[in-house]
Ligand binder design. Structure first.
Ligand code: HEC
Ligand code: HEC
Ligand code: HEC
Ligand code: HEC
Ligand code: HEC
Ligand code: HEC
Length: 140
């Protein structure tokens, strides 16, 4: 599905392709914040309480694939609301292979942390892989 520019909210909102495709001639590059940046504080305000919000064009498009408020994506409505340290982690760090099918199991992303935990040594104590029985998403 392409981002609609001849219908919806962006119909008539632009004059030249370069307003979105900021690297002239390269249509794979686009910016949302070029226009919406003049209102960063307004945009931030409009997203109070929306899990996963960041002021970043790729993120804008992911949550607003057709540039409308209706049907916008909110991480709170998935099985994995972003809490604690996760609210400030880059989307790409978790979505290394795209968005669909991302595991919600702590161990799938934190295997290295588990293996390296020295105090206490998690592997030698054979602690459970179900991190959430002892840890939250807060650092420490
Ligand atoms: C309001 C913003 C906006 C405007 C204006 C706009 N585009 Fe786009 N365009 C996008 C976005 C966002 C994508 C990426 C869509 C996606 O990946 O789903 C895109 C994708 C494209 C692509 C596909 C790029 C690829 O991945 O191969 C082409 C080609 C393109 N636009 C051409 C144009 C042309 C030509 C114009 C001017 C007539 C234009 N666009 C104006 C937002 C815009
Ligand atoms: C050329 C300037 C421009 C660019 C670039 C642009 N927008 Fe917009 N956008 C507007 C204008 C103008 C409106 C309508 C007024 C408003 O709500 O701020 C709007 C409205 C919106 C809305 C609210 C629509 C509604 O239903 O109320 C969303 C969501 C949005 N844009 C997302 C995006 C995304 C995602 C991108 C990048 C892919 C983008 N915009 C790029 C100018 C732009
Ligand atoms: C994590 C998902 C997410 C991200 C990232 C995100 N939004 Fe939104 N946005 C939402 C949700 C959810 C709403 C509320 C929709 C509703 O009113 O039901 C919203 C609302 C909006 C609105 C309409 C506000 C209103 O009240 O009319 C605009 C404009 C908008 N976003 C633009 C942007 C822009 C520009 C970016 C990137 C800088 C962005 N959004 C990033 C999820 C997101
Ligand atoms: C700490 C890890 C983490 C971060 C950071 C994160 N996500 Fe996610 N995301 C997940 C997990 C896990 C799921 C799967 C949730 C489920 O199965 O319901 C998911 C699901 C999604 C989905 C739904 C995919 C689908 O098709 O079902 C989207 C879209 C998404 N995330 C977008 C984002 C965006 C955009 C950002 C950054 C603004 C972000 N995520 C940041 C872990 C993360
Ligand atoms: C989809 C991948 C993913 C899943 C699932 C996930 N995390 Fe994370 N988490 C991350 C990434 C990426 C970071 C940031 C990089 C880092 O600190 O390892 C992070 C950071 C953290 C941090 C902060 C570490 C620090 O010291 O700054 C804690 C605590 C945490 N996660 C706990 C959990 C718990 C508990 C679960 C299960 C409920 C979980 N995570 C599930 C990807 C994930
Ligand atoms: C049975 C309870 C328990 C389980 C299950 C558990 N942990 Fe821990 N973990 C602890 C305790 C207790 C500490 C020490 C906390 C402190 O020092 O404040 C700790 C500390 C850590 C540390 C820091 C270690 C260091 O050397 O600094 C990491 C990283 C960690 N855990 C990751 C994980 C991961 C990832 C999982 C799941 C795969 C997990 N833990 C499962 C109890 C547990």
């Amino acid at each position: 599905m392409y981002f609609p520019i001849h219908s919806g909210s962006h119909n008539g909102a632009w004059n030249e392709c370069v307003e979105c495709h900021t690297a002239e001639g390269n249509f794979t590059v686009f910016s949302c914040t070029e226009c919406h940046e003049h209102n960063q504080s307004k945009t931030d305000d409009e997203h109070k309480g929306i899990s996963g919000y960041t002021f970043n064009s790729d993120a804008c498009l992911t949550c607003h694939p057709i540039g409308s408020a209706e049907g916008a994506f909110d991480h709170n409505n998935t099985n994995f609301p972003l809490t604690g340290a996760h609210t400030s982690v880059d989307c790409n760090q978790c979505h290394t292979n795209g968005y669909a099918g991302t595991s919600t199991l702590c161990i799938d992303c934190h295997t290295v942390d588990f293996n390296q935990a020295a105090n206490p040594n998690h592997t030698s104590l054979s602690l459970s892989n179900d991190c959430a029985t002892c840890h939250t998403t807060q650092p420490g």
